[in-house]
Design a protein around this ligand. Structure first.
Ligand code: FPP
Ligand code: MG
Ligand code: MG
Length: 382
């Protein structure tokens, strides 16, 4: 099928697998403590978009036909892969800890046999990826003081900050147990690094610019810092889980790198669009607060591009839009500038790179699905 063909429906291609996703995640999240059980499963109730597991499943299918290579000859450390984009991400020594046994995760979810070329380990990876994402949302909504998520009250509003944070930790733990059970050291290292990257990205965001100054000056580094933060916060999970999907399928190293590159470029595009929508779409349509970034003191791509030509924005960035009237003023300056256009253009560039990354994959429905998701990223409204 060609680009934009209406017959290409990525969700339908892996519908059988997606049907079990939420149920399996809820099973992995079971706790004997009734209120922990409730809070941990809270964000699995309203249907999310499930973009990440969808990508993992499609990547698994798309790489099934690509060249294979035996595993464990020349494993790459997660730190090596990221070197170009994330020199500051240092892999801490991993201390093996004894895992307490868990009655629920000890009985592995059995996957009903399908005629599918997607492996059970790849389906489990899709669940793990969504659990890590959901954990980050639980923590994010606490950090951002968000009152809504997916059109419902946020977990922090419904249960309070303490329980929301603990539930996020619980999700990470159960995701880690499931990851360990895949018995794949390289994949474990990748996904463990994602968790560190999420925290690093969030820390970079707290600082807004590389150096914490009262009156920061715009330089090309401003955009570099933003993109690095964006990689860590958003693209790391997508890129490393795409890479992990290819690894679990025993793909050769060229295919593994292509899967990673697709995920990295798509993840960057995805967050650029997210940062644009924060300026252009109503909170009602988003299902979460709109215009939130400036309120939180955050300068995202549209503002950074506007700042390049409106140097006076520097002092507002420096004080995190905290002075009376700053948010309104910054918002107007962004809307009057070409900041949104430039953000869109950059997102388009990353989408093209994502599509180019998987160009060498053998033609198949799942590859078309990955291309379609990349194109749809630019059109999405939530
Ligand atoms: C959403 O961003 C948040 C993220 C993509 C990641 C947040 C990461 C952390 C809170 C680090 C610690 C968490 C874990 C689990 C390691 P957003 O606030 O821009 O998007 P939103 O509009 O959906 O809230
Ligand atoms: Mg948020
Ligand atoms: Mg946030």
């Amino acid at each position: 099928a060609s680009h934009g063909d209406v017959s290409v429906d990525p969700l339908r291609m892996v519908a059988k697998e997606m049907k079990f996703l939420t149920g399996n995640i809820r099973q992995l999240l079971g706790s004997g403590h009734p209120s922990l059980d409730t809070v941990a499963k809270y964000y699995t109730q309203a249907e999310g978009k499930h973009v990440r597991p969808l990508l993992v499943l499609l990547m698994s299918r798309a790489t099934a036909l690509a060249p294979k290579s035996p595993r464990y000859n020349g494993q790459q450390s997660a730190a090596d892969i990221d070197h170009a984009i994330s020199p500051m991400s240092i892999l801490a020594d991993v201390n093996p800890t004894s895992l307490s046994t868990n009655p629920i995760t000890d009985s592995p979810t059995s996957y009903p046999a399908t005629d599918s070329d997607i492996l059970p380990s790849q389906r489990r990876l899709a669940e793990i990826t969504e659990m890590i994402h959901t954990a980050s949302l639980l923590h994010d909504d606490v950090i951002d003081h968000s009152l809504s998520r997916r059109g419902n009250p946020s977990a922090n509003l419904e249960f309070g900050n303490k329980m929301a944070v603990l539930a996020g930790d619980f999700l990470l733990s159960r995701a880690s147990v499931a990851l360990a059970r895949l018995r794949d050291a390289e994949v474990t290292e990748l996904l463990a690094t994602v968790i560190a990257n999420l925290v690093e990205g969030e820390f970079m965001q707290l600082k807004n610019t590389a150096r914490d100054e009262k009156n920061p000056v715009w330089t090309e580094d401003t955009i570099t810092y933003y993109l690095q933060k964006t990689y860590l916060k958003s693209a790391s999970l997508i890129s490393k889980s795409c890479r992990a999907a290819a690894l679990l399928g025993s793909s050769d190293s060229v295919t593994v790198d292509a899967a990673y590159s697709y995920g990295k470029n798509l993840g960057l595009a995805f967050q650029l669009v997210d940062d644009m929508l924060d300026y252009t779409i109503s909170g009602e349509e988003l299902g979460k607060p709109a215009g939130a970034d400036l309120e939180l003191g955050l300068a995202t791509a549209p503002l950074l591009f506007a700042w390049k030509n409106n140097k006076e924005l520097g002092s507002l960035v420096g004080r995190k839009f905290a002075k009376e009237g700053d948010v309104t003023k910054a918002r107007e300056m962004v809307l009057q500038s070409d900041g949104l256009e430039q953000t869109r253009a950059l997102a388009e560039e990353y989408v093209s790179r994502a599509i180019a990354s998987i160009d060498a994959f053998p033609d198949c429905e799942a590859k078309d699905g990955l291309v379609e998701i990349a194109i749809k990223t630019l059109k999405r409204r939530k």
